[in-house]
Design a protein around this ligand. Structure first.
Ligand code: TTP
Length: 241
């Protein structure tokens, strides 16, 4: 009989567009105790034939609201998805969608105040209701210089993202920093910061280093995460970019 974990140890992978979240997720797929849940970008590109991601990039004033609404709903599904493995590694979260992307769209005038209120009201309900448990145990933050993220975005050449500017990535970078270290928004778990400016082979070595912390904490349950807080403390401390 298969064991279903309704509350697996949950790790969020966060960082700017192009910071290397997918590479990290691919690396961790090899561990039998980890269920990797990739962000539902494909759903955003094809909702019954509608490419909401493309619409949002082409006309953000018109499409940011329905797009971010759908992002929030699809991310919620990942948060609530039970797994057959004790550890769940999730690409992004409704937290970064709200505190980085929605925040940025509002500040840059792409979302109306009324639209922000509707999205925020949903978000507050989802994160504040005791009956909806968004269990998060750890956040892995891939900190990347915006220039490096842009370089990677250009190399991968995802059609919808051709118009992404350095300025946009700088704003998103700052919002990730504000969210995780600025004490302005809720951070649901301790944060491990990884310098993600290096190339893939070096990044894989970094992941190996951190896999012990992630798996060590998860194998022994949350208590050992607390016990290893001294180790984590160094890691949590943000270094300047
Ligand atoms: P990311 O979530 O940053 O995923 P990625 O594939 O760029 O990650 P990596 O390169 O690190 O592997 O973004 C996917 C696309 O969705 C990107 O174009 C940004 C967009 N997006 C939003 O516009 N709003 C959102 O709330 C989220 C979560 C993503």
């Amino acid at each position: 009989m298969k064991t279903i974990y309704s509350k697996p140890f949950t790790v969020l992978v966060e960082g700017n567009i192009g910071c290397g979240k997918t590479t990290l997720l691919e690396y961790f797929e090899k561990y039998p105790e980890i269920k990797v849940l990739e962000e539902p970008v494909q759903k955003w590109r094809d909702l019954n034939g509608h490419n909401l991601l493309d619409l949002m990039y082409k006309d953000p004033v018109r499409w940011s609201m329905p797009f971010q609404s759908y992002v929030q709903q699809t991310m919620l599904e990942l948060h609530l998805q039970p797994t057959e493995k004790p550890v769940k590694l999730v690409e992004r979260s409704i937290y970064s969608a709200r505190y980085c992307f929605v925040e940025n769209l509002y500040r840059s005038g792409m979302l109306e105040g009324s639209e922000l209120e509707v999205l925020s009201h949903w978000f507050d309900y989802l994160t504040g209701s005791p009956e909806i448990e968004l269990k998060v145990d750890l956040i892995v933050y891939l900190r990347t210089k915006p220039e490096k993220a842009l370089e990677r975005i250009r190399t991968r050449a995802r059609g919808e993202e051709t118009g992404i500017s350095l300025e946009y990535l700088e704003e998103l970078h700052q919002l990730h920093e504000d969210w995780l270290f600025g004490n302005k928004f809720q951070v649901p778990a301790p944060v491990i910061v990884i310098d993600a400016n290096q190339d893939t082979p070096e990044m894989i070595q970094e992941y190996e280093k951190y896999s012990n912390i992630i798996l060590g904490a998860t194998r022994n349950g949350e208590k050992s995460l607390d016990a290893s807080k001294n180790d984590l403390a160094e890691i949590i401390t943000p270094a300047a970019v």
